[in-house]
Design a protein around this ligand. Structure first.
Ligand code: SF4
Length: 520
């Protein structure tokens, strides 16, 4: 098979990371049509649609979190799996070098990033033999925000708002609705769920993730599960969690349920949540040469653009009510903002996520954070040596940001209020909202939390004019503190300095609706 196999896998990774499959695009188009364009949900979905088209056009990652590469492979009897595994690992490293995958493999003991997505357990590669003559390779890239929202229930169980879930399909229904409700603010909605009823704890999670390889528009061959899938879709979308948890008509774009036998004493329901950036593709390879013979998921239905090219080129859909802010930002400016305001940020912005927040609790910041904008983001950043004539200006050290959406903010809840107070941060940008400690801190110190649209990595990368520097590079690319110069970076105030939180309101409202569904 020589190097053709490796090239085919690099091509598969590149397309999976940058080109959303047709069935997911179709589901997102339905979601877009279901929202009024001038609402928060409508604006968020327009940004997402622009982002999908931009990613395909520039072959850049749809979302900066390119997830855990998971390969499901069928091989003919006699195929050399040892060699293939090694080639796949090399392909993953190559795709990382090209900026199609973010370095995402971290030593769990030391926290050190391997830099090439290789390490114990990464990537995940499963082989199965089949009677076919070809090699079939399927790949899913599922990011941390949605992976963290996976849930496993051991029935019978007591669930918030829904009461007791028994060992029955009615109990399974409650678990799935509960998981969708709990995912708000973490996995970027609208999302899809793969579910396994039964199995043991390990096989249940695996089978749930395998359901995500089904197309969103297929019909479950088991009529009982088909009916459950349809009713979950209808009910979950009545929860009004909406795109990005902004409240709206679409919370779920797919529900796929499988079942495994279980031990008499166990009854697990495992739920694998995937976000709108549902990146999954596959290829059939010639087993002799390694060349791509056909694509799965997109062969019969090539990707259709989400939007007209002029809408993509126009950038952020403005209403005229946006508020422009230039960093550094004053306390008076942030105290004048209220939940629902749409803000366009210009000037200097610093990225900071888990490692930076932990560091700032024990050390002085490497830059002056007074009046600053702190962005919860782990960008994809590449050295631009290979394209010196790129139209996008590079910055300090020849760095170029190729993907830069927000990461889940709630992970920083233990630190955020203290960091705001200690260093004078005025604006925090992330996704999904934060908790009561941060809300109180915003009020006390005079700061505001803005929600950017999760996963819109290409859209936000275009708001970055240049990289001005980087600190704490020892934490690895995604965790370092990047100094970015931005222009008209749009985000919505979802937690203000007056004690208001959109996230709290949506959670309360959707919780009441969930309670009403408790009786079935
Ligand atoms: S779209 Fe959101 S949840 Fe999905 S991988 Fe990106 S940041 Fe994570």
């Amino acid at each position: 098979m020589s190097t053709t196999f490796l090239d085919s896998i690099v091509e598969l990774i590149t397309k999976t990371s940058t080109d959303l499959p047709p069935d997911v695009r179709a589901a997102m188009a339905v979601a877009l049509a279901a929202e009024e364009p001038a609402t928060r949900a409508g604006q968020a979905l327009t940004i997402i649609a622009q982002n999908i088209d931009q990613a395909e056009a520039c072959e850049g990652p749809i979302c900066q979190d390119t997830g855990m590469p998971t390969f499901e492979i069928h091989v003919p009897v006699g195929a050399n799996q040892i060699w293939m595994r090694q080639q796949i690992r090399e392909a993953v490293a190559e795709a990382t070098r090209r900026g199609k995958l973010r370095p995402n493999s971290v030593d769990s003991i030391t926290g050190e990033n391997s830099g090439n997505n290789l390490g114990p357990g990464t990537p995940i590669i499963h082989f199965d033999q089949w009677e076919g003559d070809d090699v079939e390779v399927k790949l899913i890239l599922k990011g941390g925000g949605c992976e963290n929202t996976n849930a496993q229930y051991a029935l019978p169980a007591e669930l918030d708002h829904l009461g007791r879930a028994d060992r029955s399909l009615e109990g399974v229904r409650k678990c799935i609705l509960h998981a969708v409700w709990k995912a708000q603010g973490k996995g970027c909605s609208p999302g899809a769920v793969g579910v396994c009823v039964g199995g043991d704890r390990t096989s249940g999670y695996l089978h749930a993730k395998e359901q995500l390889f089904r197309t969103l528009d297929d019909t479950n061959p088991d009529p009982r599960l088909a009916q459950l899938e349809a009713s979950i879709m209808a009910e979950a979308n009545r929860l009004t969690v909406g795109p990005m948890g902004f409240s709206g008509n679409t919370s779920l774009i797919g529900c796929k349920i499988g079942a495994l036998n279980r031990l008499p004493a166990s009854f697990f329901v495992s739920v694998a949540y995937d976000c709108w950036a549902f990146r999954r593709l596959g290829v059939r390879l010639d087993a002799r040469t390694g060349a791509i013979k056909s694509w799965l998921y997109r062969e019969d239905a090539p990707s259709k653009p989400m939007l007209a090219p002029e809408v993509v080129a126009a950038g952020f859909p403005r209403t005229g009510r946006e508020i422009s802010l230039e960093a550094p930002i004053t306390e008076d400016q942030v105290r004048s903002l209220k939940v629902g305001d749409v803000v366009l940020i210009s000037g200097r912005m610093f990225t900071g996520r888990d490692a930076v927040h932990a560091h700032l609790m024990k050390h002085d910041p490497p830059v002056d954070l007074d009046g600053s904008v702190l962005y919860h983001c782990g960008p994809v950043v590449v050295k631009d040596e290979e394209s010196p004539g790129s139209p996008k200006p590079t910055g300090e050290g020849g760095w170029r940001v190729t993907a830069a959406g927000p990461t889940t903010s709630i992970r920083e809840e233990p630190y955020q209020a203290e960091i705001i107070k200690r260093y004078g941060v005025r604006v925090v940008i992330g996704k999904g909202g934060m908790g009561p400690k941060t809300l109180a801190g915003l009020q006390d110190s005079g700061a505001v939390y803005l929600n950017a649209v999760g996963g819109a990595a290409q859209f936000y990368a275009r708001c970055i004019e240049r990289v001005e520097g980087v600190s704490l590079m020892e934490f690895g690319t995604p965790e370092a503190m990047w100094h970015l110069q931005v222009r008209d970076f749009p985000a919505i105030v979802t937690m203000d300095a007056h004690g208001n939180s959109l996230h709290k309101d949506v959670e309360l409202q959707s919780g009441q609706l969930l309670e009403a569904m408790g009786g079935g």
